[in-house]
Write a new protein. Structure first.
Length: 179
């Protein structure tokens, strides 16, 4: 039986990781910070109910996912605001043509990922960006491991379909563009 973690240790261990995940879903640093704070406030309130054998990382992802989905629904209903991705991300040594091509690719990826159903989007971000295992994704989304795999698979399938040739090689090679 594993020892029950101290809440402050969870915050210290996972804040940066959970922030990165939430930022990838909201694409706005202030919104991500707000969702992170709300997620940890909810986690603190529920901490006494956390089983000592539970995967605390997946538990925090589940809370952050639910908090962020709620936030995004409110944001869409309130003002339909779409947050723009920082498209000035260039690799060292990129010339103007490469930088422009990268910006276009990132914009296309951002639109396509944003158009995914929420569970597929979350599963994809958890797997490709946050590098969570399928059991962790399943726990975070409250579904079976097979459903977690299916969500990632369907997200990639939709991205390939909507983006065509743009991403097929990058996604298949495990080089999903970092947004």
């Amino acid at each position: 039986m594993s020892a029950r973690p101290v809440f402050e240790d969870l915050v210290e261990s996972y804040s940066a990781e959970i922030f990165a995940y939430v930022w990838r879903l909201t694409r706005d640093p202030q919104d991500a910070e707000d969702c992170l704070q709300e997620s940890f406030a909810r986690a603190f309130k529920a901490f006494d109910r956390l089983n000592g054998n539970a995967n605390a990382r997946a538990w925090l992802y589940r809370i952050a996912t639910n908090t962020t989905f709620t936030f995004l629904k409110k944001r869409r209903h309130q003002n339909g605001r779409i947050v723009e991705l920082d498209l000035n991300l260039a690799s060292p040594g990129d010339g103007p043509a490469e930088a422009a091509s990268r910006r276009e690719t990132l914009a296309a990826v951002a639109r396509a990922v944003e158009g995914l159903p929420a569970r597929q989007q979350a599963a994809l971000v958890m797997r490709k960006y946050q590098e969570l295992s399928y059991p962790e994704i399943a726990q975070a989304l409250g579904c079976s491991e097979d459903a977690a795999r299916a969500n990632v698979y369907q997200a990639l399938k939709r991205l390939r379909g909507s983006l065509g040739v743009i991403l097929t090689d990058k996604v298949d090679a495990g080089k999903f563009p970092q947004t």
